[in-house]
Every structure is written in C-alpha cells, then in structure tokens.
Design a binder for this molecule. Structure first.
Ligand code: TYM
Length: 332
C-alpha cells in the first residue's frame, strides 16, 4: 500500500455534476483508484469564491459526495472527504500564498473568465483560488492529478509553487503531474461546441447533468447544434458539434473515431444523436439508482465523511509539520 503512488483530485459542489465532469474526471478517478493510493475531495471552500445560498451549498455537498460514491468511487479503496473538514488545506494555503506571485495569479484564465462573469464580486478568494488548489494537492504529496483540460493551468501553477518551495528550502513536496484521459478531457457544450460543457452555462440545453432523466437527455442530444453537412465524420475545426458528440460516444463505448464513422456511414444526424443519447442513458442509469439509495441515508454518508476526514487530517498534519519546521514556525 505504502509504496503506491498517490493521486489527488477535487470537484466543486456547485450543483449536479455534468457529463463533462464525469468523462473528464470522475470516470478516470474510478479507474485509477485500483492502482494508486487515491484521495478525492469535495472542494466546498473553492465553491465559496462565488456567492452560494447556504442551504443549497449544504445540500449540494451531500449530493456531490453521494454522486462520487454512486459513480463508483469506493470508500474502501479511496479516501473521499469534504475539504472544509480538514483544516490543513486552508493552513497550507496561507503559507503557500507567500510563495505565489500576484503576476502568476493574474494570468490565470479561469480568474479572468470568472471575473467577467461575476463583475460585482471579484473577491480575494476568487483571485487566490489556485493557491488553495495547490495546497490541496501538495498537502498529500500527490504524484498524479487526474483532471480535465480546463484545470491544466492551475496544475502548472501548483508545480511551480512546489518547485519554488523545494528550491528555497529542501525537497518538501512531491511535484505533481497531470493525468488526462485518452478521451473526454474536454467535453464541449451541446449548444456552443467550441466552449466547454459547464453547469454554470445559462442555457441548460448546453449540458447533460448526471441526474437528468432519460427523456431530458434524449431531448438535449436531439437539440445539439451540428452542421448542414449530414455526415458523421471527425473534423473538430469545421464540424465541432459532431466531433463533440463523437468524442462523447467514444469516451463511453471505447470505440475508435474511425469505427464510429463507419458505423454511422449513410445515417442521418438524427439516428446518430439518438445513439449517443442511448449510450449516455445506459451509462447514467445505474449511477442514478445508486445515488437515490445513498441520499436516503444521510447519517450513513456523514459517517463515511467523518472517518475519511480524520484519515486525511492525519496525512495532512505530516506535511504541515514539515513545512512549518522548514520555514521557521515554532511548534510545541
Ligand atoms: P470543477 O469542479 O470545475 O470540475 C471537476 C473536474 O471536472 C473536470 N471538467 C471537465 N472535464 C472535461 N470536460 C468538461 N467540460 C469539464 N468540466 C469540468 C475539471 O477539469 C475537473 O477535473 N479547481 C477544480 C477543483 C479542484 C481540484 C483541486 C482539482 C480543487 N482542488 C485539486 C484537482 C486537484 C475545479 O473547479 O473543478
């Protein structure tokens, strides 16, 4: 157990997860948990960087936790906990702030995008978000971080901060690598297939949520934006909508893009869209069923949350003690 490499990843409880979250991240977590010492986190503190309704955040945190388990994250194999239950994340985050530059944070694409979206609330937390993310990762000495393509820049920053700290003192943090799946790392909006699929999209036809009913899923795929060419062929530049649907189909079935082209040759977009809807519905059905069972036992969820947070805290404390010693903080 001990010599296995460590993976860490996190997800925000800002609503029901999308198919993008699932194919870009959660599904890879599930597959990697057998090979690595795995640590997965519901990052509720990151969610605070955008104003939340307290009772919704509370509900969504249970929901996010139950969804991870329903998607196949096994609490017997992996640690799964809620970020705010382990105080080491915020503690290390404060320390790492002093090793991160204003200029670096100003260059973060997500900060720029979110600042535009929330012009009335460009708070310090939003700016500092990537440092908390670096703390999440570095606290557990993670070697590998399975994420979607949109988080790559944040991971690079975590690596830079780790290197900077290690060079200033002595090797303290493992320098993490990103892990991106062969398919699904960049699932696009069904309505604007050049943008990423995101639950904060104002048009709900742009995303599939893991708890959408089969009917809703079918309708959303049927209204997906395509082109007038009527050929199922992989051409992301000129046929972004079809390319996105093909990638979703590939990510779920494992079939190659060429095999998908051949399979749907001579068939219209209608038939192809229905086929994509079918595989997605098939994939989500057991997850939805398991989710309902888990959510009906909140006390059961809380018991797992608590046990895992305690284990995570013990790991976190080890790194924090090392860090504090190196920088000259007195520990008694
Ligand atoms: P979040 O909550 O936005 O997304 C969770 C994971 O889902 C991936 N993802 C996607 N992948 C493919 N296609 C998409 N359309 C898509 N949308 C989202 C994200 O890349 C991510 O892997 N900052 C992170 C959470 C975080 C974290 C961490 C991740 C906090 N601390 C430490 C890794 C390690 C975030 O907001 O992800």
């Amino acid at each position: 157990m001990e010599e296995k490499k460590i993976i860490f990843s996190g997800i925000q409880p800002t609503g029901v997860f999308t198919l993008g979250n699932y194919l870009g991240a959660i599904r890879n977590w599930k597959n990697l948990q057998n090979e690595y010492n795995s640590i997965f986190c519901v990052v509720d503190l990151h969610a605070l960087t955008v104003r939340q309704v307290p009772k919704d955040l509370r509900h969504q945190t249970y929901q996010a936790y139950a969804l991870l388990l329903a998607c196949g994250i096994d609490p017997e194999k992996a640690l799964v906990f809620v970020q705010s239950h382990v105080s080491g994340h915020t503690e290390l985050s404060w320390i790492l702030n002093n090793y991160t530059y204003f200029g670096e944070l100003s260059r973060m694409t997500q900060f720029k995008v979110k600042s535009q979206k929330h012009e009335d609330n460009i708070n310090a937390g939003l700016f500092d978000y990537p440092v908390l993310m670096a703390a999440d990762i570095l606290l557990y000495q993670a070697n590998l971080v399975p994420i979607g393509a949109d988080q790559k820049q944040h991971l690079e920053l975590a690596r830079d901060v780790a290197d900077r700290f290690n060079n200033a003192y002595s090797p303290t943090f493992a320098v993490p690598e990103g892990y991106f799946g062969k398919s699904g790392a960049r699932v696009k909006s069904l309505q604007e297939p050049t943008k990423k699929m995101s639950k904060s999209d104002t048009n709900d036809k742009g995303y599939i949520l893991l708890l959408d009913s089969p009917n809703v899923i079918r309708k959303k795929f049927r209204s997906a934006v395509t082109d007038s060419d009527a050929r199922v062929a992989y051409d992301p530049e000129n046929k972004a909508g079809i390319a996105n649907l093909m990638e979703i189909y590939q990510a779920i079935t494992g079939e190659s893009l060429e095999a998908i082209e051949t399979k749907f040759e001579g068939q219209g977009y209608g038939a192809f869209k229905d086929a994509v809807a079918d595989v997605v519905i098939g994939e989500l059905e057991p997850i939805q069923k398991r989710f309902e069972e888990l959510m009906s036992d909140k006390k059961g969820l809380e018991a797992i949350m608590k046990e895992h947070a305690e284990k995570a805290s013990r790991m976190a404390v080890k790194t924090l003690r090392k860090v504090k010693k190196k920088i000259g903080l007195v520990q008694v």
